[in-house]
Design a protein. Structure first.
Length: 296
């Protein structure tokens, strides 16, 4: 079994580039795969490997400046969720494009998963899903508002255009693991919203801790690894990934005429040109040839 650890932590790294070589070498030594993002504002990512390997990497991360209280969420899988290890340098560990947003200064009120149902059922609370549109499409909470943003960077513009809808409302926000809400709640507080709440540990923690018979969640939760989606108890969901557009698809979508492995699905078939599709076909051909060589 592979142990999967999803993590993020906001802290100040004066020189994140200097942290990269040792971190990447440690992951490779222990056979840990996945992606870690480093920026001056902290670290974010999901990794998978043996129990021993994950423990070694987490110990290394917690020893970095300001990271002693780093938290993470774990799951398991019987197959490798990632194909390689990447440690990347970024301007932001989750891109919002708002230079004045600083989750280290203040964030909204954390709400434990066991208290979330009561909060979002209150009539004076507006519930906002801060994830991207393709994530929301496969699952969300009862009554949640979908901003229909293609990326997290679109959230501030959506709020500015819609803020009058939420006059005299408490705002409750959620995302996959909690990191986007760290920034979105700081942003709303800076915009003058008095009462802002967010789901501690995100959807993943809710699906792990709240019994399915008590759920206010509908559908699956998109995750950024080869599992594609998870459901209650963090069991693997039914979705696969269209490698043409990186959106989740269901088994029945593979049978649709628009689907071509590695090229397109019903969601993106009209979004790419013939030249794009030709390039995707060549990429898929090379992937299949590589798989055949490794299997022989």
């Amino acid at each position: 079994m592979y142990t999967i650890a999803a993590l993020y932590h906001f802290t100040r790294f004066d020189d994140p580039d200097a942290l990269r070589p040792d971190l990447l070498a440690l992951c490779n030594t222990h056979g840990v795969q996945g992606t870690l993002l480093l920026a001056k504002e902290g670290v974010n990512g999901t990794i998978a490997g043996s129990r021993q390997g994950i423990d070694a990497v987490l110990a290394h991360l917690r020893a970095l400046p300001g990271c002693s209280d780093l938290e993470w969420k774990e799951a398991t899988s019987d197959h490798a969720p990632f194909g390689k290890m990447k440690v990347r340098l970024k301007r932001e560990i989750v891109t919002m494009g708002q230079p004045d947003v600083d989750p280290r200064a203040r964030v909204g009120h954390y709400v434990d998963p066991q208290d979330w149902n009561a909060l979002i059922s209150a009539p004076d609370v507006a519930v906002i899903d801060t994830r991207n549109d393709y994530e929301v499409a496969i699952g969300t909470f009862d009554g949640a508002i979908d901003p229909k943003t293609e990326s997290f960077g679109g959230f501030p513009a959506w709020w500015e255009a819609n803020k009058e809808r939420f006059h005299n409302k408490k705002i409750a926000m959620f995302c996959t693991g909690g990191i986007r809400c760290e920034k979105s709640t700081n942003y709303l507080l800076g915009q003058g919203v008095d009462e802002v709440y967010h789901l501690k540990g995100g959807i993943l923690k809710y699906l792990e801790e709240v019994p399915e018979e008590e759920t206010r969640w509908n559908g699956s939760c998109f995750v950024f690894d080869n599992r594609v989606s998870v459901e209650h108890g963090l069991r693997e969901g039914p979705h696969a990934l269209c490698h043409g557009c990186r959106r989740p698809i269901l088994p029945e979508d593979v049978k649709r005429p628009e689907y071509e492995p590695g090229v397109s699905c019903h969601q993106c078939v009209h979004e790419t040109s013939d030249a794009d599709k030709a390039r995707f076909r060549e990429r898929q051909k090379q992937i299949m040839l590589a798989r055949a060589r490794s299997a022989s």
